[in-house]
Design a protein around this ligand. Structure first.
Ligand code: DC
Length: 245
Protein backbone atom coordinates (compact mmCIF):
# COMPACT_ATOMS: atom_id res chain seq x y z
CA UNK A 1 0.00 0.00 0.00
CA UNK A 2 2.77 2.45 0.93
CA UNK A 3 4.51 1.71 -2.36
CA UNK A 4 1.33 2.37 -4.32
CA UNK A 5 0.86 5.81 -2.72
CA UNK A 6 4.50 6.63 -3.33
CA UNK A 7 4.15 5.81 -7.04
CA UNK A 8 1.12 8.05 -7.40
CA UNK A 9 2.91 10.89 -5.66
CA UNK A 10 5.94 10.57 -7.90
CA UNK A 11 4.00 10.51 -11.16
CA UNK A 12 1.95 13.52 -10.04
CA UNK A 13 5.10 15.40 -9.11
CA UNK A 14 6.82 14.77 -12.42
CA UNK A 15 3.98 16.56 -14.20
CA UNK A 16 3.65 19.42 -11.76
CA UNK A 17 4.04 22.96 -13.10
CA UNK A 18 5.46 25.47 -10.63
CA UNK A 19 5.42 29.10 -11.81
CA UNK A 20 7.79 31.53 -10.11
CA UNK A 21 7.47 35.22 -10.93
CA UNK A 22 9.09 38.30 -9.49
CA UNK A 23 11.41 41.27 -10.00
CA UNK A 24 14.97 40.80 -11.24
CA UNK A 25 17.57 39.52 -8.77
CA UNK A 26 15.05 38.20 -6.27
CA UNK A 27 16.83 34.85 -6.46
CA UNK A 28 14.13 33.19 -8.55
CA UNK A 29 16.47 31.11 -10.65
CA UNK A 30 18.65 29.86 -7.76
CA UNK A 31 15.48 28.88 -5.90
CA UNK A 32 13.90 27.30 -8.99
CA UNK A 33 17.05 25.26 -9.78
CA UNK A 34 17.11 23.83 -6.26
CA UNK A 35 13.41 22.99 -6.37
CA UNK A 36 13.82 21.29 -9.75
CA UNK A 37 16.75 19.22 -8.49
CA UNK A 38 14.92 18.24 -5.30
CA UNK A 39 11.73 17.24 -7.15
CA UNK A 40 13.57 15.75 -10.14
CA UNK A 41 11.79 17.94 -12.69
CA UNK A 42 12.92 20.25 -15.47
CA UNK A 43 13.97 23.84 -14.75
CA UNK A 44 13.19 26.44 -17.43
CA UNK A 45 14.50 30.00 -17.26
CA UNK A 46 12.23 32.20 -19.39
CA UNK A 47 14.42 35.27 -18.83
CA UNK A 48 17.31 33.41 -20.50
CA UNK A 49 15.19 33.11 -23.64
CA UNK A 50 14.55 36.87 -23.74
CA UNK A 51 18.25 37.38 -23.13
CA UNK A 52 19.16 35.04 -26.01
CA UNK A 53 16.90 36.99 -28.39
CA UNK A 54 18.53 40.19 -27.11
CA UNK A 55 21.99 38.77 -27.80
CA UNK A 56 20.89 37.86 -31.33
CA UNK A 57 19.63 41.42 -31.88
CA UNK A 58 22.85 42.92 -30.47
CA UNK A 59 25.10 40.67 -32.57
CA UNK A 60 23.17 41.53 -35.74
CA UNK A 61 23.05 45.29 -35.24
CA UNK A 62 19.31 45.24 -34.59
CA UNK A 63 19.43 47.32 -31.42
CA UNK A 64 20.95 50.81 -31.22
CA UNK A 65 23.06 52.19 -28.36
CA UNK A 66 19.96 54.05 -27.12
CA UNK A 67 17.94 50.80 -27.16
CA UNK A 68 15.91 51.34 -30.35
CA UNK A 69 15.10 47.95 -31.84
CA UNK A 70 14.84 47.33 -35.58
CA UNK A 71 11.57 45.47 -35.14
CA UNK A 72 10.82 44.61 -38.80
CA UNK A 73 14.24 43.00 -39.23
CA UNK A 74 14.03 41.14 -35.91
CA UNK A 75 10.55 39.88 -36.72
CA UNK A 76 11.69 38.69 -40.15
CA UNK A 77 14.55 36.75 -38.53
CA UNK A 78 12.33 35.18 -35.83
CA UNK A 79 9.67 34.24 -38.39
CA UNK A 80 12.34 33.01 -40.80
CA UNK A 81 13.76 30.53 -38.28
CA UNK A 82 17.08 32.37 -37.96
CA UNK A 83 16.94 32.44 -34.15
CA UNK A 84 17.19 28.85 -32.95
CA UNK A 85 17.09 28.42 -29.17
CA UNK A 86 17.94 25.04 -27.70
CA UNK A 87 19.44 23.55 -24.55
CA UNK A 88 22.44 21.39 -23.71
CA UNK A 89 22.80 19.45 -20.49
CA UNK A 90 25.90 20.38 -18.52
CA UNK A 91 27.19 17.01 -17.31
CA UNK A 92 28.98 18.49 -14.28
CA UNK A 93 25.92 20.23 -12.84
CA UNK A 94 23.13 18.25 -14.52
CA UNK A 95 21.54 21.54 -15.52
CA UNK A 96 20.42 22.71 -18.92
CA UNK A 97 22.28 25.60 -20.51
CA UNK A 98 20.88 27.75 -23.28
CA UNK A 99 22.22 27.76 -26.84
CA UNK A 100 21.65 30.34 -29.54
CA UNK A 101 22.05 28.91 -33.03
CA UNK A 102 24.09 26.03 -31.67
CA UNK A 103 26.46 28.08 -29.46
CA UNK A 104 26.25 27.83 -25.67
CA UNK A 105 25.51 31.42 -24.55
CA UNK A 106 24.60 30.73 -20.90
CA UNK A 107 27.37 33.02 -19.59
CA UNK A 108 27.34 35.64 -22.35
CA UNK A 109 23.64 36.48 -21.86
CA UNK A 110 24.25 37.45 -18.21
CA UNK A 111 26.65 40.30 -19.04
CA UNK A 112 25.66 43.90 -18.36
CA UNK A 113 25.25 44.98 -22.01
CA UNK A 114 22.57 42.30 -22.44
CA UNK A 115 20.98 43.12 -19.04
CA UNK A 116 20.75 46.77 -20.12
CA UNK A 117 18.96 45.91 -23.36
CA UNK A 118 16.78 42.93 -22.50
CA UNK A 119 13.77 44.82 -21.14
CA UNK A 120 13.55 46.74 -24.42
CA UNK A 121 13.39 43.47 -26.35
CA UNK A 122 10.99 41.80 -23.89
CA UNK A 123 8.33 44.52 -24.34
CA UNK A 124 7.85 43.61 -28.02
CA UNK A 125 4.68 41.51 -28.46
CA UNK A 126 6.02 39.30 -31.29
CA UNK A 127 9.09 38.49 -29.17
CA UNK A 128 6.83 37.54 -26.26
CA UNK A 129 4.80 35.25 -28.53
CA UNK A 130 8.02 33.65 -29.81
CA UNK A 131 9.25 32.96 -26.26
CA UNK A 132 5.80 31.79 -25.05
CA UNK A 133 5.72 29.18 -27.84
CA UNK A 134 9.11 27.86 -26.72
CA UNK A 135 8.02 27.76 -23.07
CA UNK A 136 4.90 25.78 -23.91
CA UNK A 137 6.88 23.40 -26.10
CA UNK A 138 9.50 22.66 -23.45
CA UNK A 139 7.47 22.99 -20.24
CA UNK A 140 4.00 21.60 -20.81
CA UNK A 141 4.80 18.16 -19.37
CA UNK A 142 6.00 19.51 -16.05
CA UNK A 143 8.64 21.98 -14.90
CA UNK A 144 9.66 24.73 -12.56
CA UNK A 145 9.68 27.88 -14.65
CA UNK A 146 10.71 31.37 -13.60
CA UNK A 147 10.02 34.75 -15.16
CA UNK A 148 7.69 37.73 -14.97
CA UNK A 149 4.41 36.47 -16.43
CA UNK A 150 4.50 32.70 -15.96
CA UNK A 151 1.65 32.47 -13.45
CA UNK A 152 -0.39 35.26 -15.05
CA UNK A 153 -0.01 34.53 -18.78
CA UNK A 154 2.20 31.60 -19.80
CA UNK A 155 0.82 28.92 -17.46
CA UNK A 156 -2.23 30.51 -15.77
CA UNK A 157 -3.30 27.04 -14.59
CA UNK A 158 0.04 26.21 -12.96
CA UNK A 159 -0.27 23.88 -9.96
CA UNK A 160 1.63 26.28 -7.73
CA UNK A 161 2.42 29.98 -8.23
CA UNK A 162 5.05 31.84 -6.24
CA UNK A 163 5.66 35.60 -6.36
CA UNK A 164 9.11 36.60 -5.11
CA UNK A 165 10.07 40.06 -3.89
CA UNK A 166 13.02 41.66 -2.07
CA UNK A 167 14.24 45.16 -1.28
CA UNK A 168 15.78 46.76 -4.46
CA UNK A 169 19.06 47.74 -2.75
CA UNK A 170 19.48 44.17 -1.48
CA UNK A 171 18.78 42.85 -4.97
CA UNK A 172 21.35 45.21 -6.50
CA UNK A 173 23.97 44.10 -3.97
CA UNK A 174 23.24 40.44 -4.78
CA UNK A 175 23.61 41.09 -8.51
CA UNK A 176 26.86 43.03 -7.92
CA UNK A 177 28.30 40.22 -5.76
CA UNK A 178 27.49 37.70 -8.49
CA UNK A 179 29.21 39.82 -11.13
CA UNK A 180 32.31 40.45 -9.02
CA UNK A 181 32.54 36.74 -8.28
CA UNK A 182 32.62 36.10 -12.03
CA UNK A 183 35.48 38.59 -12.36
CA UNK A 184 33.34 41.21 -14.09
CA UNK A 185 33.75 44.91 -13.34
CA UNK A 186 30.72 46.85 -12.15
CA UNK A 187 29.83 49.34 -9.46
CA UNK A 188 26.87 49.41 -7.10
CA UNK A 189 25.29 52.58 -8.52
CA UNK A 190 25.22 51.23 -12.10
CA UNK A 191 23.74 47.91 -11.01
CA UNK A 192 21.19 49.59 -8.70
CA UNK A 193 20.10 51.89 -11.54
CA UNK A 194 19.71 48.87 -13.85
CA UNK A 195 17.62 47.03 -11.24
CA UNK A 196 15.24 50.01 -10.81
CA UNK A 197 14.94 50.59 -14.56
CA UNK A 198 14.11 46.97 -15.19
CA UNK A 199 11.58 46.90 -12.34
CA UNK A 200 9.80 49.85 -13.92
CA UNK A 201 9.82 48.50 -17.48
CA UNK A 202 8.85 44.96 -16.42
CA UNK A 203 5.86 46.15 -14.39
CA UNK A 204 4.62 48.86 -16.78
CA UNK A 205 4.77 47.27 -20.24
CA UNK A 206 1.52 46.89 -22.17
CA UNK A 207 1.69 43.13 -22.77
CA UNK A 208 1.73 40.83 -19.75
CA UNK A 209 3.46 43.14 -17.27
CA UNK A 210 4.90 41.71 -14.08
CA UNK A 211 2.20 41.44 -11.44
CA UNK A 212 1.29 39.02 -8.69
CA UNK A 213 -1.30 36.50 -9.86
CA UNK A 214 -4.36 36.51 -7.59
CA UNK A 215 -3.64 32.93 -6.54
CA UNK A 216 0.15 33.32 -6.14
CA UNK A 217 1.84 33.03 -2.75
CA UNK A 218 4.20 35.91 -2.00
CA UNK A 219 7.69 35.32 -0.66
CA UNK A 220 9.76 38.33 0.44
CA UNK A 221 13.27 36.95 0.81
CA UNK A 222 15.10 40.21 1.62
CA UNK A 223 16.39 38.69 4.84
CA UNK A 224 16.13 34.97 4.14
CA UNK A 225 18.84 32.49 3.24
CA UNK A 226 18.22 29.96 0.49
CA UNK A 227 17.94 27.23 3.14
CA UNK A 228 15.22 29.20 4.93
CA UNK A 229 13.38 29.58 1.63
CA UNK A 230 13.53 25.83 1.04
CA UNK A 231 12.08 25.21 4.52
CA UNK A 232 9.31 27.73 3.72
CA UNK A 233 8.55 25.93 0.46
CA UNK A 234 8.55 22.57 2.19
CA UNK A 235 5.69 23.79 4.40
CA UNK A 236 3.78 25.08 1.36
CA UNK A 237 4.17 21.77 -0.52
CA UNK A 238 3.11 19.82 2.55
CA UNK A 239 0.01 21.95 3.05
CA UNK A 240 -1.00 22.12 -0.61
CA UNK A 241 -0.09 18.65 -1.91
CA UNK A 242 0.80 16.61 1.16
CA UNK A 243 4.29 16.24 -0.28
CA UNK A 244 7.28 15.62 1.98
CA UNK A 245 9.93 17.80 0.39
O1 DC B 1 15.03 37.05 -15.03
P1 DC B 1 15.99 37.81 -15.92
O2 DC B 1 16.59 39.03 -15.26
O3 DC B 1 17.03 36.96 -16.54
O4 DC B 1 15.06 38.36 -17.12
C1 DC B 1 15.60 39.10 -18.15
C2 DC B 1 14.57 40.08 -18.69
O5 DC B 1 13.57 39.35 -19.43
C3 DC B 1 13.83 40.93 -17.67
O6 DC B 1 14.26 42.27 -17.68
C4 DC B 1 12.39 40.88 -18.08
C5 DC B 1 12.29 39.88 -19.16
N1 DC B 1 11.38 38.79 -18.85
C6 DC B 1 10.05 38.95 -19.17
O7 DC B 1 9.66 40.02 -19.64
N2 DC B 1 9.18 37.93 -18.98
C7 DC B 1 9.59 36.76 -18.47
N3 DC B 1 8.72 35.76 -18.29
C8 DC B 1 10.95 36.59 -18.11
C9 DC B 1 11.81 37.63 -18.29
Amino acid sequence: MAKFVDTIKRSTMSNIIIAIDGFSSTGKSSFAKLIAARLGILYLDSGAMYRAVTLYAADHGLISPDHVVNEPALKADLDGGKVAISFVRDEATGRHEICLNGTNVEKRIRQLDISNNVSHIAVIPFVRNFVDDLLHRYGADGCVMDGRDIGTAVFPNADLKLYMTADPAIRAQRRLDEMLLKGETADFEAVYKNVLERDYIDSHRAMNPLRKADDAIELDNSHMTIDEQMVWLGKVLKERFDIDF
